[in-house]
Design a protein around this ligand. Structure first.
Ligand SMILES: [Zn+2]
Length: 654
C-alpha cells in the first residue's frame, strides 16, 4: 500500500521530537495521496513543472553561476545575488516528489545539480556562487543585501528534504559543513549580525531536527535575537523595517515591512518556540497573527498590499488592483500557519493555510504548470496594465497573453513546486491521543499511536468541489483513540454520521470535531460540511471593497472574468444582487474542470454619466440598468484563457 524506500522521517517540518509541539508531524511516506484534485496538480508539477524548472535554471544562468564558482567554466555571474536559492528550492521540490515516487529523469537532473554544488563548495564549507565569482569580494561583506544566509537556508531545507524523503545525505553533508562554517563565524562572542532576508532561522531549526546538533538551534536563536537593532539601511528608502530589523522579535506588535521577510522570520521564531518553549516568542507570534488576520489579510490569503518595498500596508489598506500579494508571501503564510498549528492545535491556523493554498498560491501557476504569476492582484481593469513581477515590462506590451514563464527574480515558481510536491505533509498530524485531519484530499494515512499500535485510514473526498468527507478505518488498535477533523471556518452546519448513524451532540474543540471511541476496521465516518456558494462582505474599514461582495464556495474564492460575461469590456459597470440565490454548475471542460457559479446582476448605464467623473450627489446615476447573469469562476484559474479583465470584489446592487 505504501511505497518503500530509505526514507527516514517527516516532511518539511518534523515536530516528532519537539517538546513544545502539541501536534506531531507524520512520517512523509505515511500519507499517500490518491486520485483527486491534488493529484492532478501534483502530476502536472511532477511531469511538467519540475522538468521545466530545470530548463529555466539552465537558461537563466543559475547552474552556470555554480559552474563558474567551481572553476569548471569561465564567465560572468548572471542574475540577482540570491539565485542559488532557486536551485535549492527546485531541489527540495524534486526530493519530495521522488520520495513519493522514484523518477529516473528527475533523479539524473538532481544528480547534476548536486554535483555542481559539491564542486562549488569551498574547502572551508562556504558556498555562494555570487560571492565566489567576484574578484576582491569576501563572504559576509554585505549582510543586509547579500542574501548569503538566505541562500544557505534554502540549501539546508533542500538537504533535509533529500535526507528525509530519500535517505540521501549528499546535500546534508554539504549543508552541515556550511552550517558549521557559519557557526565558526557568527555568535555572541563572535561576529554579530543577521541576514537582510530571514530564512536561515527556520532552516537551522530544521537542520537541528534532522541532525540533533544543538549548535544549529543555538545559531537560529542567535540570528533571531540579532533582530531589532535598527541598523540595517533598508533597500532604497524603505529603512530597517524592510529587513525586519526595526523591532526586536519579542516586542513585535504588528506585521510590517517586506511581507515575505516578515513571514519567513515568523516561521523561524515559531520553530524556535517549538523547541525551547520560550513563551515571549509565542506571545509575539500571537500578536502578529492577530494583526494580520484582523487588518492585513486579503480574502485570497494574499499578503502585502504595497508594490513599494513588497510590503504590508497600514491596517485595512487592502487595495484590489494595485496590490502586491506575492506568491511567496502566501507560501510563507502557509508555512508559518502550519508551525502555529503544530504549536497550538488551533484549527484557525489551518483555516489560514487553506485560504492561502486554494486561492493565492494556486493562482500563481498556470494550469499548464509552466507559467507563473509573481504578483496576484484581485482586480484587473481593462487589461491595460498589470504588474506581474519586479521585472519591468519587456516593451510597450504591458499585458502578456498569459503568466510569464519565469522571472528575473524567480523566487516564486520553485517555491510553488516545493509546496505542491510536499502537499501531503500538511494533511494530518497525531498526538498521544489520536489523529488530527487538517486538510482534505483523498489519501491513505498511516501512523503509530504507540509502539505496535498501527492505525490506517482511508480518506475519500471530492474536495474542494464537494463538502463530503468520508473516512474509513482500515486498521486499528484495540484501545480507544481520538479522531479530530477540522471544521473549516466557512462550514456553518456540519453533520456527522458514524457507520450510517447520525451523531448528535458533536464535540467541538479548537475548530475540530472530536470523536473519541474504540475503532474497528471497516468503521466509516462521514462528515458533510455543507458547501454552499456564499456572498462575502468585507469590513467597512477596507475602503477599497466597501459595499462590494465576493463569492466563495467552500475554500475557493471566485472572480468574474470579463470574457465570461454577457457583455464584455464592461466589468467596471457590473453590480451583483445578493437578494437572488447563487447557482452552481459543474463544467468539466472549463479550466481543467471547475464549479461555475452564476449570480443575478446588472450592468449599470455608465453612459448616463455623460463622461462626467463627478456629479452632485442628487444626480440619479444609472437610469437604465441592464440585468444579466454574472458568471464566476475560481480565482485561482483566472488568466488561463488569455489574461483579461477580472474582479473578485463586485459592487452590491443597492
Ligand atoms: Zn516570490
Amino acid at each position: 500500500m505504501f511505497p518503500h524506500h530509505n526514507s527516514t522521517g517527516s516532511g518539511p517540518v518534523n515536530t516528532s521530537q519537539s517538546p513544545y509541539a502539541r501536534l506531531k508531524t507524520l512520517e512523509f511516506e505515511n500519507v499517500l495521496l490518491k486520485e483527486g484534485f491534488w493529484t492532478k496538480k501534483t502530476n502536472v508539477n511532477r511531469k511538467v513543472s519540475l522538468h521545466f524548472g530545470f530548463e529555466m535554471l539552465e537558461k537563466a544562468g543559475n547552474f552556470n553561476n555554480l559552474r563558474i564558482a567551481a572553476g569548471l567554466i569561465k564567465g560572468n555571474y548572471r542574475g540577482y545575488v540570491f539565485i542559488d536559492s532557486d536551485i535549492y528550492k527546485w531541489l527540495e521540490a524534486v526530493a519530495w516528489e521522488m520520495g513519493r515516487e522514484p523518477d529516473k529523469e528527475l533523479s539524473s537532473m538532481a544528480d547534476q545539480a548536486i554535483a555542481l554544488i559539491t564542486a562549488a563548495q569551498r574547502s572551508d564549507g562556504y558556498i555562494n556562487s555570487y560571492v565566489q565569482t567576484r574578484e576582491f569580494y569576501e563572504p559576509w561583506i554585505d549582510l543586509d543585501n547579500g542574501h548569503e544566509l538566505y541562500c544557505a537556508g534554502h540549501l539546508f531545507q533542500a538537504a533535509v528534504a533529500f535526507e528525509r524523503a530519500l535517505g540521501d545525505d549528499r546535500l546534508l553533508n554539504i549543508a552541515c559543513r556550511f552550517a558549521d562554517h557559519i557557526y565558526s563565524v557568527f555568535g555572541t562572542d563572535k561576529r554579530h549580525g543577521a541576514c537582510g532576508h530571514p530564512e536561515v532561522e527556520m532552516a537551522l531549526v530544521e537542520l537541528y531536527r534532522a541532525t540533533g546538533e544543538t549548535r544549529y538551534r543555538e545559531l537560529a536563536k542567535f540570528f533571531i535575537d540579532q533582530r531589532g537593532q535598527n541598523e540595517m539601511k533598508g533597500h532604497r528608502s524603505y529603512g530597517p523595517e524592510y529587513h525586519q530589523d526595526h523591532v526586536q522579535v519579542r516586542q513585535v506588535v504588528e506585521a510590517a515591512g517586506h511581507s515575505v521577510r516578515q513571514l519567513y522570520l515568523a516561521s523561524g521564531v515559531t520553530d524556535l518556540y517549538l523547541e525551547t518553549g520560550e513563551q515571549s516568542l509565542f506571545d509575539a507570534m500571537l500578536r502578529l497573527s492577530k494583526d494580520i488576520t484582523e487588518t492585513k489579510l486579503y480574502i485570497t490569503g494574499g499578503l502585502g498590499a504595497r508594490f513599494d518595498g513588497e510590503a504590508f500596508g497600514d491596517p485595512y489598506e487592502l487595495p484590489t488592483d494595485q496590490c502586491y500579494c506575492e506568491t511567496c508571501a502566501a507560501i510563507a503564510s502557509l508555512m508559518w500557519n502550519w508551525r502555529m498549528l503544530l504549536a497550538s492545535g488551533e484549527g484557525r491556523y489551518a483555516d489560514q493555510m487553506e485560504r492561502a493554498l486554494y486561492n493565492n498560491i494556486l493562482a500563481s501557476p498556470a494550469l499548464d504548470g509552466q507559467h507563473y504569476f509573481y504578483i496576484n492582484p484581485l482586480m484587473l481593469r481593462d487589461a491595460k496594465y498589470l504588474r506581474l513581477s519586479t521585472d519591468l515590462p519587456p516593451s510597450e506590451v504591458f499585458i502578456p497573453d498569459q503568466r510569464p514563464e519565469w522571472h528575473d527574480c524567480a523566487c516564486c515558481p520553485p517555491n510553488v513546486m516545493r509546496v505542491f510536491s510536499s502537499f501531503s505533509h500538511y494533511l494530518a498530524t497525531h498526538d498521544a491521543k489520536g489523529i488530527q485531519i487538517h486538510h482534505f484530499a483523498s489519501a491513505d494515512i498511516e501512523f503509530n499511536l504507540a509502539k505496535d499500535q498501527s492505525i490506517k485510514l482511508n480518506l475519500m473526498t471530492e474536495y474542494p468541489w464537494q463538502g463530503s468527507i468520508k473516512l474509513q478505518v482500515v486498521e486499528s488498535t484495540n484501545s480507544p483513540w481520538t479522531l479530530s477533523i477540522r471544521i473549516p471556518e466557512w462550514s456553518q452546519n456540519p453533520t456527522l454520521s458514524i457507520n450510517g448513524k447520525v451523531a448528535g451532540n458533536l464535540r467541538r474543540e479548537k475548530g475540530y470535531l472530536v470523536i473519541e471511541q474504540k475503532w474497528q476496521a471497516e468503521d466509516i465516518v462521514e462528515l458533510e460540511l455543507g458547501m454552499e456558494a456564499t456572498f462575502i462582505a468585507s469590513n467597512p474599514r477596507i475602503d477599497a471593497t466597501r459595499s462590494c461582495l465576493a463569492i466563495q464556495r467552500g475554500p475557493i474564492v471566485y472572480c468574474l472574468e470579463d470574457r465570461d460575461q454577457e457583455i464584455t469590456g464592461q466589468l467596471l459597470d457590473v453590480e451583483i444582487d445578493n437578494n437572488q440565490p447563487l447557482s452552481t454548475r459543474w463544467d468539466s471542460d472549463l479550466l481543467d474542470g471547475v464549479m461555475v457559479i452564476e449570480a443575478a446582476g446588472q450592468f449599470i448605464d455608465s453612459e448616463s454619466w455623460h463622461g462626467h467623473l463627478y456629479q452632485p450627489a442628487m444626480f440619479p446615476g444609472s437610469i437604465n440598468p441592464r440585468s444579466t447573469r454574472l458568471v464566476a469562476v475560481p480565482y485561482y484559474a483566472w488568466g488561463n484563457r488569455k489574461i483579461g479583465g477580472m474582479r473578485v470584489w463586485i459592487p452590491k446592487h443597492q
